[in-house]
Design a binder for this molecule. Structure first.
Ligand code: HEM
Length: 485
């Protein structure tokens, strides 16, 4: 994808810089890790910079994370002309903050987002822009207000308890599927007002099917298509979408007179924009409900999946996590207040999201001319905000490919605005569920490492694969065994 950089123009290709090659590492197997006591998890193999345009496009289409080469790691911005529009790949906090923050009004979500998310949640917060976005954001933000977090924590603990009851003394699980189950149940309990078992199962099955079929990136999505062109969806995906919409409509209809805004459904039903007094339309309510499921369960599930993988593969991390949790809460539910005294657990979650950002790439389309790093950005140009590369380049990090949670303890400012760590995006559209997701991930990891031994085969080394979110290719099989006490 970046074998040539137009330098913001359409001619004058430049060569990779000499430092670029240092990043060109693929830790092909666990055996290849250096002997510094750290774990070097799988890394999506970058291009070498020597591929032809066809070869690099092919790799990009198969796994976008493997479609960027040395230049994207070595430079804050790489520009190229793809088809009839220009694309700028940004992997640096200054540009990210400009596009997502200070100049967010000059950009909108790129057409690819609409193609993938549109069929499920076209009128929801994830997809809309302008005043419609402002109304919806103001309407739903209160559910995630900091003061609500302490009320939501016991509900997360309930779901974790149910999960433990289901696993019992232990068993083999595929971590991603198991964690997706947990995070879906958390959303159902906290945001939906705990619908009946049947309604919950109906929503869960339909959401999972949509996420794994219609909501998954396909090579043809990366081709430049006009916004108006519908995206072909296979019949199974269409059926799943229909089922999901029907389940969401039924749930909202069952609460239509319930204006108690104690959960997301109540909020959506009763929400009016405090500035304009406008209520959300029926379609907006449904698309938001679906959007929250899509945005909120797979992302957190993947954070937990990769965190358990990293802890399971690195015994020293696992032991430190367990010691920390034992010292704070040796048994029973992890509480909201416990979170403040689990700094290593939080550091493991952050380091997991650095290495495996669940949303590895964000896309924007320019709607008003500007400049980025001195380069002209024109309307219709696409900007690829590449978190995966920003989080793994040695331009910005020491030993970037190592799993080293202590880096967040040594330097807590890595979580500040302006640091090259943005798993939740930035600016006005920063993830609305961020505080909730962090709480859920910390509680989940703390509970599971305290109560289970995790056994993962030493040769389990899954390729990071981008399918909108960043999944472990083929999943991760793990044996969970209840801890002997
Ligand atoms: C580890 C977990 C999560 C990660 C890494 C994550 C990441 C992100 C990112 C990067 C964005 C910005 C997208 C963009 O600017 O294009 C975003 C937006 C969003 N997220 Fe999350 N998210 C997570 C969990 C959640 C949860 C738990 C919820 C809700 C329950 C949620 C709901 C949303 C919504 C509704 C938006 C759109 C916000 C807007 O456009 O105003 N996310 N998320």
């Amino acid at each position: 994808m970046d074998i040539r950089d137009t330098g913001g123009r359409d001619t004058n290709w430049c060569k990779p810089s000499p430092t670029a090659a240092r990043n060109d590492i693929m830790t092909a197997s666990p055996a290849s890790k250096p002997s510094d006591g750290l774990f070097y998890p799988p890394h999506a193999k970058p291009l070498t910079g020597k591929e032809s345009f066809v070869q690099s496009t092919y790799k990009f289409l198969k796994n976008p994370l493997e479609g960027f080469g040395p230049l994207a790691y070595a430079q804050p911005i790489v520009s190229l002309k793809t088809f009839w529009y220009r694309t700028h790949v940004v992997s640096d906090p200054v540009g990210m903050l400009q596009v997502l923050g200070t100049e967010s009004a000059k950009f909108q979500k790129a057409p690819i987002d609409g193609r993938i998310l549109g069929p499920a949640t076209k009128e929801g917060l994830l997809s809309v822009g302008g005043d419609q976005w402002k109304t919806q954001r103001r309407a739903v933000a209160p559910i995630f207000a900091k003061r609500h977090m302490a009320d939501l924590a016991p509900m997360i603990a309930d779901v974790l308890r149910d999960f433990k009851a289901k696993i019992g003394e232990g068993g083999s699980v595929e971590l991603n599927a198991a964690m997706a189950d947990v995070t879906f149940d958390v959303l159902a309990k906290t945001l939906l007002g705990d619908p009946s078992g049947m309604d919950r199962e109906r929503l869960k099955t339909a959401t999972r099917k949509v996420v794994t079929s219609a909501g998954t990136l396909r090579p043809d999505d990366l081709l430049p298509m006009p916004r108006w062109m519908p995206r072909p969806i296979p019949p199974s995906g269409s059926r799943a979408l229909k089922a999901l919409k029907a389940a969401a409509d039924d749930l909202l209809d069952s609460r239509v007179d319930d204006t108690d805004a104690r959960d997301l459904v109540g909020l959506l039903v009763s929400a009016t924009d405090p500035h304009t007094g406008r209520a959300l339309s029926r379609r907006e309510r449904r698309d938001n409900l679906i959007g929250f499921f899509i945005a909120g369960h797979e992302t957190t599930a993947l954070t937990l999946t990769w965190a358990l993988y990293l802890a399971g593969m690195h015994g020293a991390t696992f032991a430190r996590l367990r010691d920390e949790v034992d010292a704070v809460r040796p048994d029973g539910d992890i509480s909201y207040d416990d979170m403040a005294v689990l700094p290593f657990t939080r550091a493991v979650i952050d380091e997991t999201m650095r290495l495996f950002p669940p949303a590895p790439i964000l896309n924007r389309e320019c709607i008003e001319p500007t400049t980025l790093y001195g380069r002209d950005i024109a309307p219709n140009d696409v900007v690829i905000l590449n978190n995966y590369i920003m989080h793994r380049t040695d331009r910005l990090w020491g030993n970037p490919l190592a799993f080293d949670p202590d880096r967040f303890l040594r330097d807590p400012s890595l979580r500040n605005k302006g640091a090259p760590f943005m798993p939740f995006g930035a600016g006005p559209r920063i993830c609305v569920g961020m505080a909730f997701a962090i709480m859920e991930a910390v509680m989940g990891l703390a509970t599971l490492v305290r109560d289970y031994d995790i056994d993962i085969s030493a040769d389990c080394y899954p390729r990071p694969l981008m399918t909108v979110t960043l999944r472990p290719e083929g999943g991760i099989k793990a044996k969970l065994t209840a801890r002997a006490r």
